[in-house]
Ligand binder design. Structure first.
Ligand SMILES: [Zn+2]
Length: 262
């Protein structure tokens, strides 16, 4: 019963994340007004139920028949699933809320980066500051006893994460003669470090690249086989989604994965 509740809660949060992904790049308020279709019609509450409405409408707007991107559905189901897994693995309510909040922030950052190739400072730098405060007051998140040692873990994670990727960016620029990694990615790694420490940072970078390659390379190849003419490899690949895949994997399974590797 409780897991059904958590799933529904995750789906509702996912619905809110969709609003953030849509409106933050347009500099619109994420609270008002309520959801409207692109044709201008207001969406009634019963057609705005997370996950179910999209399925029920089969991805078409009720008012004008416009197609509703599958991404709305994907973000909702992804968030709900993350909440359920987070609930199952968390040893305390505070860890569940911190983990779910962190994953939600990362999802918004990743999807906005895919749309606009930008990472907004209020989310990355703001997220990092929130990470420090949480580390100080909830040392259990870093499996520490005292707030100070937990904060040190968080600070060192932020420094190492953004420092390491900064030097990768510098070397990348020297080798490729153009900006290889953006400033937004450097700040994002600071945020990731503030929440999951330096081990999490390293895992996000290298694990994220590995997991993304293993997942998306076969998909790309398959796509190429099916549609040879329309296939083009994007010239610039947003880096945030790769880091986010790595970080979320670390939050959910990091301890076990590290134990397996080391
Ligand atoms: Zn419409």
């Amino acid at each position: 019963m409780l897991s059904v509740f958590i799933f529904v809660m995750g789906a509702c949060v996912g619905s809110f994340l969709n609003v953030c992904i849509c409106r933050i790049p347009q500099r619109k308020s994420i609270v008002f007004p309520c959801s409207r279709c692109k044709c201008g019609a207001q969406i009634p509450w019963f057609l705005n139920i997370p996950i179910l409405s999209w399925l029920f409408l089969r991805g078409r707007a009720h008012c004008c028949g416009r197609s509703i991107p599958a991404r709305y559905f994907i973000v909702e189901i992804l968030t709900a699933t993350l909440f359920i897994i987070m609930f199952a693995i968390s040893d305390s309510p505070s860890n569940f809320f911190i983990g779910s909040g962190f994953c939600s922030l990362l999802l918004v950052i990743a999807f906005i980066d895919m749309d606009t190739m930008e990472i907004y400072d209020p989310m990355s730098v703001g997220g990092m500051l929130v990470g420090f405060v949480i580390s100080l007051f909830f040392p259990g998140w870093h499996s520490e006893q005292s707030g100070i040692s937990s904060l040190i873990k968080s600070l060192s994670g932020a420094c190492l994460g953004s420092g390491l990727i900064f030097w990768i960016a510098v070397i990348g620029e020297m080798v490729f003669k153009k900006e290889a990694i953006g400033g937004g990615d450097i700040k994002l790694l600071g945020t990731i470090g503030a929440f999951i420490g330096w081990k999490g940072c390293l895992f996000s970078m290298f694990g994220g690249c590995l997991i993304s390659t293993l997942t998306f390379l076969p998909l790309f190849l398959l796509w190429k086989l099916v549609k040879t003419k329309t296939f083009t490899i994007p010239r610039i690949i947003p880096f945030a989604p790769i880091l986010v895949v790595g970080s979320i994997t670390y939050v959910l399974y990091g301890k076990n994965l590290l134990e397996m590797l080391l």
